[in-house]
Design a protein. Structure first.
Length: 725
């Protein structure tokens, strides 16, 4: 039989297995590999066995089968498909589906406390050992089920030592038990009354559950109630006895989403993201594999969890670039989610107020269906968006807020309403230079400037994480204390806002201040409780939040994302600023958005001010089609990297000389990457550009197969690249 191991190997390995193991495809097994033992998955189907080239006497035996639910056929097919599409060893993709190795071990025994006959009656007063704390413990247990020691201590309001002391006295005893299953979301629970528009969108989503594979775009303006619409499809999925998966781009900011879900379904969903503790990840993985987790919300890696009864996938904010995985196995979770839905023969819903051009084109060509929510839910109206021409009304010297935005902030805060300033730049200043010689402080491991984080008292590289204090002397000329901060970050904007509005309660929200769901939830509570007057943040505040008292949004630098030569720069800027603008006026109070720009005539600014999204997308599509760029053409990026610059250049030149040639594709490069050094590794890029119908994988596979780079040089293949750094 063939066993796929979660290692970057060419494919499954051949093994022998005793008949009494009763192995089937999908079973997790312990198999020998060299001198060690590795957990793998039986990979071949019974009717598709391949004869090994090795003699039988050289094959080794599978050691054992693990007591773990098998990996279902659709997920095995998905692993193979992703590996073939991304040109990645299938074992590397399998490793993502087996990301929690501890979950494959037998569940750990759980011990709970219960009272013994030796425990005194709670009314006994003569026994000096029966303290008030111990009375509370006995009272908590009396008439109820056994409790885990820590849960019992928390419920009784005592320390762990009190419970241990009662165990020593023989008043309590430990018994082995099973962890109580988490409450299951109730698909039959009544939800809120939907508007006519919401009902017209929800009904087709529910109907699609019975029709096999389909892709539906749920396209609605910000605040239209798209979440409540796809909640109807989740409810129907639960009633059908199936599991549902919801992918969110920023799981750390899902606090309001989780609250709405619990209110709608009476229980929280399972969660999957990097902030989970190891034990929570283990329990969640097993709950998904066993079919106990009926709804799971997660980041992009949740797509590789082993759902045995998956019935629906939802990709919220489908346009978000955060769904692109740039390291390890390079993939786009939105596109791979569509593949997983197709292989599982289930519907998938893509949700956005600003759909990607790729999705829009798929709708226009009939591959996807679209449902529209044109208006905000209830009495809320879309905010008025205005461009502030910084050439005509510039801010004062050494300031960043122009007079129109200052006046709007004063009016909003004076009326007791909340405001938000948006600048997609963390820290205090993006660049620090020496006034004496012009030297710029740069990361020692990357071709990137160090960003000053004044509140934390450090300079930091946002690419590799390097951090240091601000030096006293210039490393170039030796001048002392001559450094100047150039340009604004959110901390510098907050400094200016504090000087303008000293009594306002101002808070900065970035990925530096939001460490996970707990801190995100606390921030949401402060905002909803009106403990914050002025919110200043980066793109982390642009998505999904609903703050009824937030009526003004000011974009400090609306032009920021339009530079850099990225083919998606205009589209991304439009999407981000539209999402930011959508935070304003989401209740009965009207909203207003001011975009500070030096290019009010730019198509992005014109589209935002006019609200004419269709015209902007048509213009963007025409430019891409004319140049043969995605989604009207194919791209493959190859990044050559290594610590030795000469070896990297030599490998890149070899790739350039051996480049394939054809009438419907071309190879550009090699050239230094914009980030020519990243984490101490030199980087060169080549780009294969092909017509839409070209199957690029065989071309790239044959091309790279003729190159033998040294072990110190790494080749990273990115099919359909999003980032060009």
């Amino acid at each position: 039989m063939r066993v796929l191991l979660p290692l970057p190997l060419a494919g499954p390995y051949d093994y022998l297995a005793a008949e009494n193991l009763g192995l089937r495809p999908g079973d997790f097994v312990q198999a020998p590999l060299g001198r060690r033992s590795v957990i793998g998955v039986v990979w071949d189907d019974a009717d598709d066995r391949q004869e090994t080239k090795l003699p039988r006497e050289r094959l080794r035996n599978v050691a054992s089968r693990l007591d773990t639910p098998p990996l279902a056929t659709p997920i095995r097919r998905f692993v193979d498909w992703v590996a073939g599409y991304t040109l990645t060893p299938p074992g590397a993709v399998l490793r993502m589906a087996m990301s929690v190795s501890a979950a494959l071990d037998p569940p750990r025994p759980i011990f709970a406390c219960r009272m013994t006959p030796a425990a005194p009656d709670s009314g006994a007063t003569a026994d000096r050992k029966l303290t008030a704390a111990r009375r509370r413990v006995l009272s908590a247990l009396r008439g109820g089920p056994p409790r885990l020691p820590r849960e019992l201590a928390r419920e009784a309001g005592v320390g762990a030592t009190v419970v241990r002391g009662m165990l020593d006295l023989g008043w309590l005893e430990l018994i082995q038990t099973r962890r109580a299953p988490a409450a299951t979301p109730d698909g039959a629970r009544a939800g809120p009354v939907l508007s006519a528009d919401q009902r017209r969108a929800a009904d087709p989503l529910v109907d699609a559950l019975a029709g096999g594979f389909s892709v539906t775009l749920l396209d609605g303006v910000t605040g239209a109630g798209k979440t409540e619409v796809y909640f109807e499809a989740i409810a129907a999925t639960l009633r059908a006895g199936k599991q549902a998966l919801v992918l969110l781009p920023e799981i750390a900011l899902s606090a309001q989403w989780l609250k709405r879900f619990a209110e709608r379904f009476g229980a929280a969903p399972g969660e999957w993201h990097s902030e989970l503790a190891a034990s929570a990840r283990r329990n969640t993985w097993r709950a998904v594999a066993a079919g106990e987790a009926r709804v799971l919300v997660g980041a992009r890696s949740a797509l590789f969890l082993p759902f045995p009864e998956l019935g629906l996938i939802v990709v919220d904010e489908e346009h978000e670039s955060a769904f692109k995985q740039e390291d390890g196995v390079v993939y786009h979770a939105r596109d791979m989610a569509v593949v997983r839905a197709r292989l599982t023969e289930i519907p998938i819903v893509l949700v956005s107020a600003t759909p990607s051009l790729e999705t829009t084109v798929n709708v226009e060509q009939g591959r996807y269906r679209a449902l529209h929510l044109p208006d905000r839910h209830g009495d809320a109206a879309l905010p008025k968006i205005e461009a502030v021409d910084m050439r005509r009304t510039p801010p004062p010297r050494r300031a960043w807020l122009a007079p129109p935005l200052r006046d709007a902030l004063a009016s909003t805060l004076g009326a007791g309403e909340q405001a938000m300033l948006f600048l997609n730049r963390r820290g205090y200043a993006p660049l620090t230079l020496c006034r004496a010689c012009g030297h710029r402080l740069q990361c020692p491991s990357c071709t990137a400037w160090l960003v000053e984080h004044r509140l934390a008292g450090r300079l930091q590289c946002h690419h590799c994480g390097y951090a240091s204090g601000l030096p006293r002397e210039c490393p170039s000329c030796g001048a002392e204390e001559r450094f100047a901060a150039c340009g604004p970050g959110v901390e510098r904007v907050a400094e200016e806002a504090t000087a303008l509005f000293p009594t306002a309660r101002i808070e900065i929200i970035t990925s530096d201040t939001i460490g996970g769901p707990a801190t995100a939830s606390a921030f949401v509570e402060r905002m909803e409780g009106r403990e914050i007057d002025l919110l200043i943040g980066t793109q982390i505040v642009a998505k999904g939040h609903h703050f009824p008292a937030l009526t003004l949004v000011g974009v400090v630098d609306a032009d920021l994302g339009l530079s850099g030569g990225d083919l998606r720069a205009s589209e991304r800027t439009y999407q981000l600023l539209h999402q930011v603008a959508g935070r304003a006026g989401r209740a009965e109070r009207p909203g207003r958005v001011l975009l500070q720009t030096y290019m009010p005539e730019h198509p992005v600014m014109q589209a935002l001010v006019s609200g004419d999204r269709a015209r902007f997308l048509a213009t963007e599509a025409q430019a891409r089609r004319r140049g043969g760029w995605p989604p009207f053409g194919r791209l493959v990026a190859i990044v050559v990297s290594g610590a030795d610059e000469a070896e990297v250049d030599r490998t890149a030149r070899q790739l350039g000389k051996s480049r394939p040639r054809g009438d419907d594709f071309e190879v550009l490069g090699p050239a230094p990457a914009p980030l020519a050094i990243l984490r101490g590794r030199h980087r060169r890029r080549l780009l294969l550009k092909a017509a839409r119908g070209v199957n690029v994988q065989p071309i790239v596979r044959d091309w790279l197969g003729g190159v033998d780079p040294p072990n110190s040089v790494r080749l990273q293949i990115d099919i359909d690249p999003y980032s060009f750094l």
